[in-house]
Write a protein that binds this ligand. Structure first.
Ligand code: SF4
Length: 1004
């Protein structure tokens, strides 16, 4: 039944006239008309901007109240029409539709009809998007199959890609038919079924629909051919009014509107008398140049900082309310995240009404922690992630301070145990650690502390362990939802984000519940293991949005689509780069646009290049409208770097010169505007800070008389409890690292190791060589001469096998190859024996793990002497027949820089003193040397060209005493002996190396 109706196009010259026309229409509606009038806008944010514009219009005319029409998006229009039907209709939600399509596609695959791609959640979503595309163009599946098949069958002889696309087409056509049958059988309607039903049903009709959006060619949220059809077929609709600006119509929309709605009549909307805004630009960098159209910044943050500086400066001298300023963005992210920091620091309140991706919210991201824990079989990192997440209430199950230390201890205890995952293993550890009553070692103390956190996380992990199995998807979701309910973190009283988190949580739980219902109802057979389940959840959360309505009334951060509904005096369009203005068109992943063109109902835009040209012209027209819509002034800005990659300015900037805007030139504001600038630039202005910050800043500033050294590593006098030369070498590597590990006793973040740590391996090698040489000497041997090599090797192999029996089979086999060598590597044994064989002087005695305990006298080159108590052990000292001693330091791999080394020269001196008189002889030093088991050079003598050994020992004594003095004075600057130490260093985030280096740079 087609009802006679008015289909009118109202043409307006500008967005100002567009808004005035809309406000006039809305405020003129009688109450009973308003309830049956729908104003179609692109987004909810646009609806809110329009509401504010109309309220301002009302206030200006002295009226206080109206009955509002329905303001909504295209989707809201369908919801409203469905709600007005005589017979209430059950609708399929997006979850159900995708689940149905996934189910029928899987059944087809099982029946032998396969696509040329693997069915994944993301691809099912693309299939559904293509189905909607076909149906919204007003086409059926027969049209799709016939058109594509004919085209592809023609090409498949010559094009292998066409054969694949043909297979894909046959599969998709079969899947879409099966989907439609399944939908029909469900008794529910999707968008396309609803359109059909609406043609006959008009219980409570809409009387008037005001369309303020363009079509889908010119605008992402615009109308499709099927939407025009349904609007023209709606029973008892009296008026269908389109409101458009002249520039958008001229960009191709007018031609397309007449093609879709031949009966449309034209009317003129309000004519605006307001003048053009002024385009404010920066001055040219060179006198001869014209001022640039857009201000260019380094990156988005730089751009926002400049905007904050300008707005705050203007606020000091003008009375323009903040909500009359708009920063227009193409998409809210990432500007919204940057704005939270930049505008908060500048004390500028801001507001945004747009939706954000749900997946970008911290609570939604935390779901990954749960899924990761199950997917990785509960590794140490994933368990710690669950315990430490503020979104989950695992911590609520124990007293806070006890649990904090328990979590820290668990981190190290699991690493010590080489725990690599597995709930059975974790359970065994919990049982073993729970049995420790009176710990006797450091390791046991740590395990006893860790057991509280271990029990809590074991209990939590057990409840999500079933996720690792392949189970029905509805069961997987039920397990996840149950866990999220059980372990939800109670909101903290001080948490300012509690209400936002609660809304995000409700949205996540709602999405998961809807997905679960959809599977239970339409595809109970669908199974998923944790990997497939994780992919499905990520896809779903990634496709949901969340109404952020962020901030407090103030500066407006508005998406371009919503900006045309708001009244702003000052507009700055930001982020004008290629790919964003205009937004890059998203390509269909299943078919090239040339094939999709076969479905276009309007011959005029069947050519893909024509569609692209029309889309670009539409974007240009909308951009022009936006710039001209500011009441007073407009600014444009772009930037050069996005994540360190160079980006190009938008091509839309090329058009601005032809808009006829009056120009003004203004320098960027230079005044300090942010709290950080108030503190960082002299003279500091504490008075500009909020009270809480000002008190803290005053306390810091009053301490400016403090010595800068206090900020460069001076920590106050400290007494080294026990002089160990290896610890002093640690100080020389980096004093701050020494401070963190030795003074503060902060342990470095443990690593997950499935093999022995370097320290454990070093001990293994030391012990093995000690056993070998003890036995070698006990058998009456001295030096390992070339003749004795076979016997030495046989003995070593024998001892080696005994030692290797203590390792796991995998480690033993690796270590055997390293020790005894292989066809390509001579092995560690060969290195050690070769060192002995190459040195002809007979060894009288070997002293292994020789203790160097007691007070030793060290002298500086200035003649000062000092007694230092030492507690050390030399790896090996050989007493040689010629009356000399050879001190050997074993190294697993790398040998230290000889100019910084302490251990070998100091041990050599101490050994010489300690051995004086042994065997009735006074021993002199022959050659201190490093024996590296696996380094580039096996033997590294302690020798520096042009220096005698005594000179090197004198230098080492100087170094030793100076290091002791530095430690005692509390000098612990971040000063790595070589930069490569910083890469893997655990204290990187706290040592403030950059600040120290910057200060040193300033000083030079
Ligand atoms: S990162 Fe570098 S400077 Fe900082 S503590 Fe570690 S080694 Fe020292």
């Amino acid at each position: 039944m087609i009802t006679p109706r008015l289909t009118r196009l109202f043409r307006v010259p500008t967005l100002a006239a567009f808004r005035t026309t809309l406000a006039d229409w809305i405020t003129a509606l009688l109450p009973h008309d308003a309830r049956d009038t729908f104003v179609l806008v692109p987004t909810q944010a646009a609806a809110e901007q329009l509401r504010r514009t109309v309220e301002a219009h009302l206030a200006a005319t002295g009226r206080t109240a109206i009955v509002w029409p329905i303001l909504g998006t295209r989707r809201d229009l369908y919801d409203e029409l469905a709600a007005r039907m005589r017979q209430p209709v059950a609708r399929l939600n997006a979850f159900e539709r995708e689940v149905i399509l996934a189910g029928v596609s899987r059944d087809l695959c099982h029946g032998g009809v396969t696509p040329p791609f693997e069915l994944r959640p993301g691809l099912v979503a693309e299939m559904l998007a293509l189905y909607d595309h076909i149906r919204r163009l007003g086409r059926g599946i027969e049209d799709f199959e016939r058109n594509f098949r004919e085209e592809l069958e023609r090409e498949q002889e010559t094009d292998r890609g066409a054969a694949k696309l043909l297979q894909q087409t046959l599969f998709l056509a079969a899947a879409y038919r099966a989907y439609e049958q399944r939908v029909a059988a469900s008794g529910r309607l999707d968008e396309h079924g609803l359109r059909k039903a609406l043609e006959e049903d008009a219980a409570r009709p809409l009387r008037r629909v005001i369309v303020t959006v363009a079509d889908r060619i010119a605008e992402a949220e615009g109308l499709w051919p099927a939407d025009y059809n349904v609007l023209t077929m709606l029973p008892r609709l009296d008026a269908l009014d389109f409101l458009c600006t002249e520039s958008v119509l001229a960009a191709g929309l007018l031609e397309r509107l007449y093609a879709a709605l031949p009966e449309i009549s034209e009317e003129r909307g309000v004519v605006s008398t307001r003048g053009l805004p002024t385009l404010v630009t920066r001055p040219a960098t060179k006198v001869a140049d014209a001022p640039p159209i857009a201000a260019a910044y380094r990156d988005r943050e730089d751009e926002l900082v400049a905007a904050a500086r300008r707005i705050k400066t203007e606020q000091r001298s003008q009375s323009l309310p903040l909500d009359r300023y708009a920063l227009v963005v193409r998409r809210p992210l990432p500007y919204l995240y940057l704005a939270r920091d930049v505008f908060a620091d500048a004390g500028i309140p801001f507001e945004t009404l747009d939706t954000l991706p749900l997946a970008a919210e911290p609570y939604a991201a935390a779901i990954d922690l749960v899924l990761d824990a199950a997917a990785t079989d509960f590794t140490r990192a994933s368990l710690l992630g669950l315990l430490r997440s503020p979104h989950f209430g695992l911590r609520a199950q124990a007293e806070t301070s006890e649990l904090e230390s328990s979590i820290g201890a668990l981190d190290f205890a699991l690493a010590d145990e080489r725990y690599l995952g597995g709930l059975d293993r974790l359970e065994q550890l919990v049982v073993r650690w729970s049995a420790i009553e009176a710990p006797t070692t450091r390791v046991e103390r740590r395990q006893k502390t860790a057991v509280t956190a271990a029990r809590i996380v074991l209990n939590a992990a057990r409840q999500i362990a079933p996720l690792a199995l392949s189970r029905p998807l509805s069961q997987q979701i039920a397990t996840l939802l149950g866990w999220l309910r059980t372990f939800d973190a109670p909101p903290r009283e001080t948490d300012s984000t509690a209400s936002r988190r609660a809304r995000v949580r409700a949205a996540v739980v709602g999405a998961l519940s809807a997905l679960s219902d959809a599977h239970r109802r339409h595809d109970p057979a669908a199974h998923a293991d944790v990997v497939t389940f994780t992919a499905a959840i990520r896809r779903w959360l990634g496709s949901q949005t969340f109404a952020s309505f962020t901030g407090s009334p103030g500066l407006q951060i508005v998406e371009a689509q919503a900006a045309k509904y708001g009244e702003f005096d000052d507009i700055q369009v930001v982020g004008l780069i290629e790919g964003e203005w205009p937004e890059r068109v998203r390509r269909n992943v299943l078919y090239p646009s040339s094939l999709l063109s076969l479905l276009e109902p309007l011959p005029a835009i069947a050519d893909p290049s024509r569609r692209e040209r029309d889309a670009l012209n539409g974007a240009r027209a909308a951009f022009k409208d936006l710039l001209l819509s500011a009441h007073q002034r407009v600014r444009l800005s772009t930037f050069a770097l996005e994540n360190d990659a160079v980006v190009e300015p938008s091509i839309l900037l090329d058009d601005v010169g032809s808009f006829g805007l009056p120009r003004a030139v203004a320098e960027d504001a230079r005044a300090r505007v942010s709290y950080s600038e108030a503190l960082a630039i002299e003279p500091r202005e504490i008075g500009q800070l909020p009270t809480s910050m000002a008190a803290w800043a005053a306390a810091r500033i009053s301490g400016t008389a403090r010595d800068p050294a206090d900020f460069q590593g001076r920590a106050g006098a400290w007494v080294l409890p026990r002089v160990s030369v290896s610890r002093l070498e640690r100080y020389l590597d980096c004093p701050f690292r020494f401070y963190a590990s030795e003074v503060l006793r902060l342990e470095e973040q443990p690593e997950d190791e499935d093999a022995r740590t370097p320290l454990e391996r070093g001990l293994f090698l030391h012990n093995l060589w000690e056993r070998f040489f003890s036995e070698w000497q006990r058998r009456g041997h001295g030096r390992v001469t070339p003749d004795a090599l076979p016997e030495a090797r046989a003995l070593f192999e024998q001892l080696c096998e005994t030692a290797l029996a203590t390792l796991t089979p995998a480690e033993a086999s690796l270590e055997r190859a390293r020790l005894l060598g292989s066809a390509v590597n001579p092995g560690i044994a060969h290195r050690v024996f070769a060192m002995e064989a190459d040195r002809p002087v007979r060894i009288i005695e070997r002293l292994l793990e020789f203790p160097l305990q007691g007070d030793f006298t060290f002298r500086t080159r200035d003649g000062l002497s000092r007694l230092v108590p030492l507690s050390a052990k030399a790896d090996r000292i050989d007493l040689l027949e010629d009356g000399t001693i050879r001190v050997i330091d074993y190294k697993s791999k790398n040998t230290p820089d000889l100019k910084r080394a302490l251990q070998l020269p100091i041990y050599s001196m101490c050994a010489r003193d300690k051995l004086a008189g042994r065997g009735g002889r006074n021993w002199s030093l022959s050659e201190p040397l490093y024996l590296s088991f696996e380094g580039e050079r096996a033997v590294v003598p302690f020798r520096v060209k042009g220096r005698t050994i005594d000179e090197l020992l004198d230098e080492a004594q100087d170094r030793l005493l100076q290091t002791l003095d530095d430690i005692a004075s509390g000098a612990f600057p971040a000063r790595p002996s070589k930069k490569s130490l910083c890469g893997p260093c655990s204290y990187r985030t706290v040592c403030r190396l950059e600040i120290v280096e910057a200060d040193e740079g300033d000083a030079t």
